[in-house]
Structures are given as structure tokens and as C-alpha cells.
Design a protein around this ligand. Structure first.
Ligand code: P5A
Length: 438
């Protein structure tokens, strides 16, 4: 992609409306623009990251045996009257009336709608277990939308819903999602910390939140320091039954609503008190919705039983901000390789010079042929401006090509995360970068 033909409106100044670093960087690096309070338009670079996060989340959901669907954003109020949540949900729900005076709403979550789909088509225990998920925009009319996409009003969530015949089955489904979440966050380049949590308006009595540690996080976490010794790398391939799941579920780790200083079994010296960004939340709520909405299946002995359910959310758009909170420096964003919008940036230091243009275009073509996404800065701008925007947008590798280096037949290759610079021949550059993404 040629930067001269791309749409990347970077800002020099830090926008005054943004108080935390991820929000500042998302605006400065041209990832999003606010449309109204808590509602954002995604610009090309931001959209690429969002899609890349979706792809990782989708891959791990599929690997866990969940099946993708797509439910609408607009729902009928009648379904929510059946569950009793139409009144309970309060002002966070955006209520809409259509031209026929029917009560509709912009979905804040989909427990009712999925239960309705289930009860219409699933009849027998033989169809279980079943886990259906989608990645869809939600709306919650938050009192205080803030921190950019972190607490938006319109936001993208992956929400999965499990259906089982009995409680043991439902707990196994919960464990499968717990494992999938550990894998997902590890693959996103994050340490996802599971903590016991309140269930709030979703319901049930078993729930874990997954957090990324950050001083700007909205939740207070209390956990045994031993948790930090478990390397997140070891979670990339965790499957159900792995002892690490039991270890993580048994270690003391609580969201503040669950932490009781009096009853805490961990002594003060071993207790970590940190702030976290909640990027995932999973629930087991048994028959709360299936009882209310009559979602039953025929059991093995012929009798009808209400289906056991759980729901499992990941804040897909929140993750864009969360990842930046966890991975940036003074110059800008540092994208983890798994979700970077482009793999490599090429900086042409003398546009119009036939040799420099030729070498830059040649490398661009070679890397694209190798399956990598390349952002080629072919603009007629000062070198300082080009270096500044490349650091700001945070691509993992930068290749600078200029007349001086070319005289010796070399490029300068910079690794964004470490700042390390190497002088490499065109062949070595190609090999180094393609190897990095193997
Ligand atoms: C689980 C899936 C639920 O809604 N129902 C379906 C359950 N859980 S939750 O905890 O309320 O939300 C799941 C995740 O969505 C993200 N999230 C948000 N992201 C951005 N802005 C918001 N206002 C917002 N609210 C929730 C969080 O990552 C949360 O863990």
C-alpha cells in the first residue's frame, strides 16, 4: 500500500479530549474519529487492527468448537419482556420505537435472542452440546462513556452462548471457553489475567473476568503474586483438561467486588493489588433464561428439561485500546505481530531518485509476494516527518532506503519494539522480515 494513496490522517498534537495514552494514540495515529459521545468511526488503520483481532478471536472460538452466526443489532422488546430484563436493564438500554409503534431496542447483549433461536429449532439432547457465537456491535448507553473505545456506547463484542443438557456439561463448556480465552489473549500478545467476578445484569453465580494489567484500568484486582509467575506464552495452546486451568481457577484472584480483605487467605506481602482493563467476561447461569423463555430439550429418558446455559464475552473494540495501553512507548504504538495493521513499513528517503524509488518499490513487491502487508511511505515529506509517523503508527519493522545506504547496497532495518537498527542488504532484509513472520 502506497501511503500517498492511503488514508492515514495523523495528528501532530495530542488531542485535549483524550486523557489516557491509548485514546490519545488512537486519535493521533488516525485509527478512529469520534462521531458522538462514545461512538466512533473506524479509519482504515484502526479497522485493519479491529479485523485482525476479530480473526484471532474467531480462530480460537472455532478451535473450541463454537459455531459462528450473526444476529441483528436491533431486537424486539418482547423477547426481553419474557426474560424480565426489559425493565431491569434500565437506562443503559437504547429503546427505539418503529413506525408501527412497536418497542425495539439496540441490543446490549444477546442472551434472549440466542435463547429464542435455540428454542425454535433445537429439540433433543442429541443436538447438545452446542455453542453459538457472533461478533457484532452492541449499544449500551453508558452514563460516562470515556477513554475512547475503552468504554464506548457503541462497541464490538464477541459473544458466545453455550447450551448443555446438564450442569456437568455446562461446566465443561465453561472450562472450554476459559481455555479458549487464555489462548486468545496469549495469541494477541497479551497476558490475560482471569479473576473471579460479579455477574451483574447477566446473572448466575459463576463468572470470571479476564484483565490486562494497566494503571488506567477501571477495575481494581487483588491476586496472589504467584499468578505472575505463570508465563502467558504457555497459554497459547491450553486446551480443556490442562492442569493450568485448575491452577488459575484455584489461585486467589478477585475483582474488587469479590475481594473480601477479612476473608482473603493470602498474606499482605504475597497479595498484588493492581488495576486492570476488563477485556473478557464469562458466565455460567444455568437455566435463568431457558426457564423464563421455555427453552427445553428432550432428555435421554424422554422427559423435557430446561437447557443449561452460559455466555462468554470479549470486548473486541475495547481490545484495540487495551493492547495499546499494554504496548506503546513515548514515540507511539508498538503493535504485537499477530494483529499489526501492516507487517512492515518502508521509508523512501528521496522520492524521485530513480535508484531509491526502484529499490523501495522492489522491496515492496518482494515482501508482498511473500504474503506480507507493506505500508510504503512514498510521500514527498521530510525524513523527520516520515520517521515520526512510522514510529507513531507502530508497525513492527521499518526499512529505510536512502541514497547514502544504496551506494553501499544496504537498507536500514529497525525493529520498532526494541529500537534496534541493522544495516542489511536487500536479500538479508527480505529474509529477516519474512523469517520474523513465519
Ligand atoms: C457475555 C457475552 C456480557 O455482556 N453477555 C454476552 C455477556 N458480558 S459483559 O461483561 O457485560 O461484556 C462483555 C465484554 O464486553 C466489553 N464491554 C465493553 N467494551 C467497550 N465499551 C463498553 N461500554 C463495554 N461494555 C462491555 C468488555 O470487554 C466486557 O468484558
Amino acid at each position: 500500500m502506497r501511503l500517498s494513496r492511503y488514508y492515514l490522517p495523523v495528528l501532530k498534537e495530542t488531542p485535549a479530549e483524550a486523557s489516557i495514552v491509548s485514546h490519545q494514540l488512537m486519535l493521533r495515529a488516525g485509527l478512529v474519529r469520534q462521531a458522538s459521545a462514545g461512538i466512533y468511526a473506524w479509519l482504515p488503520l484502526g479497522l485493519k487492527v479491529l479485523k485482525n483481532i476479530e480473526a484471532v478471536v474467531r480462530a480460537e472460538m472455532n478451535r473450541a468448537g463454537a459455531v459462528e452466526v450473526l444476529m441483528p443489532t436491533i431486537q424486539s422488546a418482547d423477547l426481553w419482556r419474557e426474560s424480565g430484563r426489559y425493565d431491569d436493564y434500565g437506562q443503559e438500554m437504547l429503546r427505539i420505537t418503529d413506525r408501527h409503534d412497536r418497542d425495539m431496542l439496540f441490543g446490549p447483549t444477546n442472551e434472549e435472542m440466542i435463547t429464542d433461536l435455540f428454542r425454535r429449532d433445537v429439540r433433543s439432547y442429541k443436538d447438545l452440546p452446542l455453542n453459538l457465537y457472533h461478533i457484532q456491535w452492541k449499544f449500551r448507553d453508558e452514563v460516562r462513556p470515556r477513554f475512547g473505545v475503552m468504554r464506548g456506547r457503541e462497541f464490538s463484542m464477541k459473544d458466545a452462548y453455550s447450551f448443555d443438557l446438564d450442569e456437568a456439561g455446562a461446566r465443561a463448556s465453561y472450562e472450554a471457553m476459559f481455555a479458549a480465552y487464555l489462548r486468545t489473549f496469549a495469541r494477541l500478545g497479551l497476558r490475560g489475567i482471569p479473576v473471579r467476578a460479579d455477574t451483574g445484569p447477566i446473572g448466575g453465580d459463576l463468572s470470571h473476568e479476564f484483565h490486562i494489567l494497566a494503571d488506567t484500568g477501571e477495575s481494581a484486582l487483588f491476586y496472589d503474586k504467584a499468578l505472575e509467575d505463570i508465563a502467558s506464552e504457555t497459554m497459547r495452546d491450553v486446551m480443556p483438561g490442562d492442569p493450568i486451568i485448575e491452577t488459575l481457577q484455584n489461585i486467589y484472584a478477585m475483582e474488587e467486588g469479590q475481594h473480601d480483605p477479612e476473608a482473603c487467605p493470602v498474606d499482605a506481602a504475597s497479595l498484588s493489588t493492581k488495576r486492570g482493563i476488563e477485556v473478557g467476561h464469562i458466565f455460567f447461569f444455568g437455566t435463568k433464561y431457558s426457564d423464563a423463555m421455555g427453552a427445553k430439550v428432550q432428555g435421554p429418558d424422554g422427559g423435557e428439561v430446561p437447557v443449561q446455559m452460559g455466555s462468554y464475552g470479549i470486548g473486541v473494540s475495547r481490545l484495540v485500546g487495551g493492547i495499546i495501553e499494554a504496548s506503546h512507548d513515548d514515540e507511539g504504538i508498538i503493535w504485537p505481530e499477530a494483529i499489526t495493521p501492516f507487517h512492515v513499513g518502508i521509508i523512501n528517503l528521496r522520492r524521485g531518485d530513480a535508484d531509491v524509488d526502484g529499490a523501495s518499490e522492489g522491496l515492496e513487491a518482494d515482501l508482498e509476494r511473500a504474503g506480507l502487508e507493506v505500508l510504503y511511505d512514498d510521500r514527498d515529506e521530510r525524513a523527520g516527518v516520515k520517521f515520526g509517523s512510522m514510529d507513531l503508527i507502530g508497525l513492527p519493522y521499518q526499512v529505510t532506503i536512502g541514497p547514502r545506504g544504496l551506494k553501499d547496497g544496504v537498507f536500514e532495518v529497525k525493529t520498532r519494539a526494541t529500537g534496534e537498527k541493522q544495516t542489511l542488504s536487500p536479500d538479508e532484509t527480505r529474509n529477516f522480515i519474512t523469517q520474523a513472520f513465519r
